[in-house]
Design a protein around this ligand. Structure first.
Ligand SMILES: [Ca+2]
Length: 308
């Protein structure tokens, strides 16, 4: 079986709707190939001026790639648009001063657009939204490598809702401690979220699960956890285990919750890997609801009424 992919040298563009892309995996072969091209004997086939890729237009130099490589999937937030509103999806490689003469360029393959709900609902009194990482980018069918998430200039550009990424993390759907997704923190990277409207000078309990993704990572992991003014390091073995950190809120309007991996780990194949975090839950110490500000309760009550 051929694996057909596009080498992107300048710019490739398609028209998309919220739930549909034509030829998202480039399995429909290009048309009107130059006469001297032969995809059965060549890894790369240069597309001619009159060649067309179903569902796509392109500018610059583009090649069809028939080889098989190890791949990495990335997730990105595309923002919002109206129902049935067509959009242009543009993928463009960019040069830097150091590689203007480079002959190596990115290869792209399957694209998946997943719609997500507008509102996240608090889960079982958890003061953090999306603490179980269940709202994030989609996974490609039969994919086992997860989805890489890089740090983004703005939180709205990140496909993992309510969290920001420092460095690079992997969104995974395998060997997950809870639900259908979790975060694997790669070397020297981290994730951060914020709890809002906590009562001042009140004590809270942050619980979370740490483990590994069963992906061949070797050794123990050192994970730093910060909550408000409290910070503690945790040594993580392979088996997923629950941990907790008690902290006292400050008078800041937002209390930052941060997980950082201090371990530089690789699998035996040389792929970056790291500790997995899931089930991040924030509760007032003692489990009562008195530590939630009345304004926050009012917002939640209005949301419930609006949902009826
Ligand atoms: Ca989860």
């Amino acid at each position: 079986m051929w694996f057909q992919r596009i080498t992107l040298l300048l710019l490739i563009l398609t028209t998309a709707t919220a739930a549909f892309l034509q030829n998202p995996d480039f399995e429909s072969p290009p048309l009107n190939l130059p006469e001297n091209s032969n995809s059965s004997s060549s890894t790369f086939v240069l597309l001619g001026q009159n060649s067309t890729v179903p569902g796509w237009t392109y500018q610059g130099t583009v090649q069809q790639n028939y080889s098989k490589h190890p791949w990495q999937s990335y997730g990105h937030n595309l923002g919002t648009w109206g129902n049935d509103e067509p959009i242009n999806l543009v993928l463009e490689s960019q040069t830097t001063d150091s590689d203007t003469n480079s002959s190596c360029w990115p290869i792209i393959d399957t694209m998946l657009i997943k719609t997500v709900g507008v509102t996240l609902v608090p889960d079982n009194g958890n003061l953090l939204l999306n603490g179980g990482f269940e709202s994030g980018p989609g996974f490609l069918p039969n994919s086992t490598e997860g989805v890489l998430l890089d740090s983004a200039p703005s939180v709205v550009q990140l496909a993992l809702r309510q969290w920001t990424v420092m460095g690079t993390v992997r969104y995974i759907n395998f060997h997950v401690p809870e639900g259908k997704a979790a975060i694997e923190i790669l070397s020297a990277s981290g994730i951060q979220t914020a709890a809002r409207q906590l009562s001042e000078r009140s004590r809270y309990n942050l619980t979370f699960t740490l483990g590994d993704a069963n992906d061949g990572c070797e050794g123990d992991f050192l994970v730093g956890v910060e909550a408000g003014s409290s910070a503690q390091n945790f040594t993580v073995k392979s088996k997923a285990i629950g941990f907790s950190l008690v902290f006292e809120s400050t008078d800041e309007p937002r209390t930052q919750i941060i997980f950082t991996s201090y371990s530089a780990a690789h699998t035996k194949d040389g792929v970056l890997c790291g500790p997995v975090v899931d089930e991040v839950i924030l509760h007032p110490l003692g489990g009562g609801s008195a530590s939630i500000k009345p304004a926050w309760l009012l917002v939640f009550a209005l949301f419930c009424i609006a949902s009826l």
